[in-house]
Design a protein around this ligand. Structure first.
Ligand code: WT7
Length: 635
């Protein structure tokens, strides 16, 4: 079986082979890599127990496959291009040899301060090369990285540090993103004051040079501990099923959970999907605009590209700074061939005006990708026409933090594309649609809840410290299936269109937000008695946050009230979460058992009052009319 899908026939052959004999299929892919000891058995799984093990008994180190394996043939090839926030300042390029050297140096530095295999290391940093170097250094010595997006607040950071009992935190002095500077080290200090007792050391990279406070017993400068370190470091032999990283993500209930991915299966799947979805060829310059704080950055800025020996671009800034042509300037500057971004970025650049997309030489581009949320037809066409000049494929890639890699997507230029459709499953992926009782919905031109019925190598292994939660959320909703939380439609030809979350998760600008977390934060405001948050269609963000709030007393100044609520959200979660609309109500529709009927609130927020369903069984049906009337007065 060829590793590379080059024709439509290859795709069909690979898909068939992967379903007929998944073990054989993935074993052949895994043979690409350097293993210190070959696996004894390819796969064992039990969805009921949420147990999946791939390449059992195999021993390896993923950094050998990301770095050492390329040194002989690609030592001088650029591995990483770093574009800083300020267009005028100098970027950085690291060859595979240089990246290897830096990773080894930092791995040695970590060992020196007492980091061992299995220790958890938290990264709270902007998009700088040292973030990539840092996480690879962890993998080199078997430490588990937990990257926390630098837009989260001290409170969120503290929760994540405590949950994973991290031993070390790696951060910068400050973060410069767009026109703003944010005080990274200060936020770390604040988080540590919230009782993160496991933390022994904080490693600080001097990035902006801005002033910070310092704790002599705990804080270390990156450059001090790197000084005089050797540029070689023996890779630690790891088990295929040892954890590679933890990454926190929001769900419908409770606090964010730490999704755990293990080494062997994750390595094989992110490499295979990167190579095939984007049709990456040797020498291509590849740019994914995500942040390494999210799974997209882990899988398709760091691991997938490096495992493939690609040149990967990393951008510190934002699409609108200094103006909305920045993405296209960068594409032109580095002659980017493959460009991967989020629908929300496309929509905001589209809204800024076509002129920003004009006048740049984008002829190097040959594949465009999107990820993170459904892409609407208008944005898809704009991207295809204005950026792709109507000539190059757009791949709408559907996947999740829990899936590790892309599960449903066109294969660029090979399988067909249909706007709004993630289209066909990747080889190895067996999607099925079910109804709310878990019965399979067969045939085409149907809609249902999206599940996957067979494990793939990079499937979630556990939620850190609480395997029961992993079982409950993903594997025991429907027997013998992995449940995605998404609703989907299958068209006449079997393509999938992802409709969106069917649980209480809202996707704002591609960021996954749990309504429970938002409500808990809103309820901290002294005037709030109770709240319920739902998503509603938003032109740029995809979904906006609509909060129904019961307040203790009359709110005279709604603007100030909303500002205060949003400040609470900034403090408790992070500046990425803000309410767009607040509606003060005197009650929330509830069932007789006291459960808030979000379905009704969602309809009202969407302005779709045609079919609210049966409200007569509510405990307080009269409240619905009041809420509808108030919601109308908003527009
Ligand atoms: C949720 C996962 C996968 C990396 C970024 C997000 C939504 C993701 C698509 C797409 C429609 C999409 C789903 C999914 N989603 N990609 N191409 N079309 N929806 O990872 O934060 O784990 O969020 O994002 O609802 O469940 P995440």
């Amino acid at each position: 079986m060829s590793l590379r899908i080059k024709t439509l026939e290859d795709y069909h052959d690979a898909y068939k082979a992967s379903v007929d004999n998944p073990e054989k299929f993935w074993e052949e892919q895994a043979e690409t890599f350097t293993w210190m000891k070959r696996w004894d058995k390819v796969l064992e799984w039990d969805f009921h127990m949420a147990d999946t093990f791939w390449f059992i008994g195999g021993k390896l180190n993923i950094t050998v496959n990301c770095l050492d394996r390329h040194l002989e043939t690609k030592g001088d090839q650029t591995a990483l291009i770093w574009e800083p926030n300020e267009p005028g300042s100098e970027g950085k390029k690291l060859t595979y040899q240089e990246l290897y050297n830096e990773v080894c140096r930092f791995a040695n530095a970590l060992k020196n301060i007492g980091v061992h295999k299995g220790d958890r290391i938290c990264f709270y940093m902007p998009m700088v090369p040292e973030l990539m170097i840092g996480i690879l250094a962890c993998a080199r010595i078997g430490a588990i990285h937990s990257v926390v997006f630098a837009g989260f607040s001290a409170n969120s950071l503290a929760d994540r540090i405590k949950d994973a009992t991290c031993k070390v935190i790696v951060c910068t002095d400050q973060n410069s993103r767009g026109p703003k500077i944010s005080p990274i080290k200060l936020i770390v200090d604040e988080a540590l004051a919230m009782g993160c007792d496991s933390v022994e050391k904080v490693i600080v990279l001097s990035h902006t040079g801005g002033g910070i406070s310092w704790n002599n017993h705990r804080d270390l400068w990156w450059h001090d501990i790197m000084d005089k370190q050797s540029t070689t470091c023996e890779p630690v032999m790891m088990d295929s099923e040892d954890p590679l990283f933890i990454l926190y993500t929001s769900g419908s209930t409770g606090k964010p959970k730490g999704v755990v991915h293990t080494i062997g299966g994750y390595m094989v799947y992110v490499w295979y999907s990167f190579l095939n979805v984007f049709q990456y060829k040797d020498g291509d310059i590849y740019w994914c605009t995500a942040d390494i704080g999210w799974i997209t950055g882990h899988s398709y800025i760091v691991y997938g590209p490096l495992l493939s020996g690609a040149t990967t671009v990393m951008f510190e800034g934002i699409p609108s700074y200094p103006d909305p042509s920045r993405f296209w300037q960068i594409c032109e500057k580095y002659k980017v061939n493959i460009f991967y971004t989020a629908p929300t970025a496309i929509r905001s650049l589209m809204a800024a005006g076509d002129k920003y997309a004009q006048g740049h030489n984008l002829s190097s581009l040959h594949v465009l990708g999107t990820v993170g949320e459904p892409i609407n037809a208008e944005a898809w066409h704009w991207y295809h026409e204005h950026i792709g000049k109507g000539k190059i494929p757009v791949v709408d890639t559907w996947w999740q933090t829990e899936t590790g890699g892309i599960l449903i997507s066109p294969i660029a230029g090979i399988t067909d594309m249909k706007p709004c459709y993630a289209s066909y499953p990747m080889p190895g992926i067996q999607p099925i649609l079910v109804d709310i009782y878990g019965n399979e919905i067969e045939g085409n031109d149907v809609e249902g809840l999206l599940c996957i019925k067979f494990p793939w190598p990079s499937i979630i292994r556990t939620t850190y410290g609480d395997h029961g939660r992993c079982r409950e959320i993903y594997f025991n909703v429907f027997p013998e299936l992995y449940f995605t939380g998404d609703g989907a439609r299958r068209d006449e030809e079997g393509r999938y269109r992802i409709i969106g979350r069917v649980d209480d998760v809202i996707n704002v600008s591609g960021h996954r937000i749990g309504t429970a977390e938002v409500e808990n934060a809103i309820n901290e405001h002294p005037l709030v008695v109770e709240s319920a948050v739902v998503g509603y269609p938003h032109d740029i963000k995809g979904q906006g946050l609509y909060a129904f709030v019961i307040s203790r007393e009359n709110v005279h100044d709604l603007n100030t009230f909303q500002k205060e609520i949003n400040e609470k959200l900034t403090i408790l979660i992070g500046p990425i979460v803000k309410t767009d609309i607040i509606l003060i109500v005197s009650g929330l529709p509830k069932t007789r058992s006291g459960k808030i009927m979000r379905r009704i609130l969602r309809k009202i927020a969407e302005g779709d009052l045609s079919n609210l369903g049966d409200i007569s069984t509510l405990f307080n049906p009269e409240i619905v009319d009041e809420i509808i009337a108030k919601s109308k007065s908003l527009v």
